[in-house]
Design a protein around this ligand. Structure first.
Ligand code: ADP
Length: 291
């Protein structure tokens, strides 16, 4: 069956009545997948397509979106289904017409993200399934100690991948040894996090309702999300005001921020190479200089 026939059937099953695709348009802006808007006379859906081997990535996205949705804190697109057909994989999401943010709606986004971060897991840090960050595998085995989790499954894992890509970072091992100590006094608590919160994954509905997209969900220190919002230029000040009013950040965040963002820079090196190597090296040295 063609992928569009399969998608149309799956939507029909979810709706409990026939759905026939009348219009299909490409949507730009995605970094990894081909994205489309499909519609009949009444409904619109957002569909992402990739090669068949990526179906686990779409499954993890859908399961993550459901978990975030169940936290009843901040809006995320509702997933209708995912699967493979005709050598490709797909995910179907509700279509949400997007609008612009203003200082009030950015403030609300900060508050609602803090509310999502209030959701903890009694198994600590990790998730019940692995997922991806960009196109890179992200491992989430449940771990009681945050420092151990972040050292082994975030920085350590990316350093191993980097080595396979010919990236040799001076003092990488020394950093790994120091991470548990760097995070020991912080007493991070378990929070449901988005995991990939750059500006392309934060948006607003046309009515101004905050919405977050395309997560790399797990339970971690909530500061990982705030750190990432600051990585490529930062979100508007109102966002941080909203967040801090709802749940102030702990002392020492500024120091931990570089460590948390090193994960994404190493991942960018692994995905795109180039200048990210020297940026990661500088960050490693900066972090170690403070120990
Ligand atoms: P990718 O996984 O390929 O990076 P995204 O999930 O980030 O793709 O989506 C790409 C773009 O499509 C987003 O930046 C956003 O502008 C738009 N978009 C994402 N989800 C929806 C949706 N449910 N409804 C409408 N537009 C969306």
């Amino acid at each position: 069956m063609s992928i569009w026939a399969e998608i149309q059937n799956q939507i029909g099953q979810a709706l409990g009545k026939e759905f026939v695709i009348r219009d299909r348009r490409s949507v730009g802006g995605g970094s990894i997948n081909q994205a489309y808007q499909i519609s009949d006379e009444h409904q619109q859906y957002f569909v992402k397509i990739n090669q068949a081997s990526k179906v686990a990535m779409f499954e993890a996205e859908a399961v993550g979106l459901r978990e975030m949705r169940d936290s009843q804190s901040i809006r995320v697109p509702q997933p209708l289904g995912w699967g493979t057909a005709d050598g490709q994989s797909y995910i179907i999401l509700e279509w949400i017409p997007l609008g612009q943010g203003n200082s009030q709606t950015w403030f609300a986004m900060g508050q609602q993200l803090a509310a999502m971060h209030r959701q903890a897991h009694d198994r600590g840090f990790g998730w019940h399934q692995n997922n991806t960050i960009g196109d890179t595998p992200q491992r989430n085995p449940w771990t009681e100690d945050w420092g151990e989790f972040f050292a082994e499954h975030r920085i350590g894992y990316q350093l191993q991948l980097a080595q396979r890509h010919g990236g040799q970072f001076r003092q990488g091992e020394a950093l790994l040894d120091k991470i548990p100590a760097l995070l020991a006094h912080h007493r991070a608590t378990s929070s449901l996090v988005h995991g990939d919160l750059w500006s392309g994954n934060a948006a607003f509905t046309q009515a101004g309702e905050p919405i977050i997209l395309d997560p790399a969900t797990y339970y971690g220190d909530r500061e990982v999300d705030i750190a990432m919002t600051e990585l490529f230029g930062g979100f508007p000040q109102a966002f941080y005001q909203g967040y801090q009013e709802a749940w102030p950040l702990a002392e020492g965040y500024q120091q931990r921020k570089t460590l948390y963002n090193l994960y994404h820079i190493l991942n960018h090196f692994n995905l795109f190479g180039g200048g990210y190597a020297s940026q990661a090296q500088r960050m490693i040295e900066q972090i170690l200089a403070r120990v």
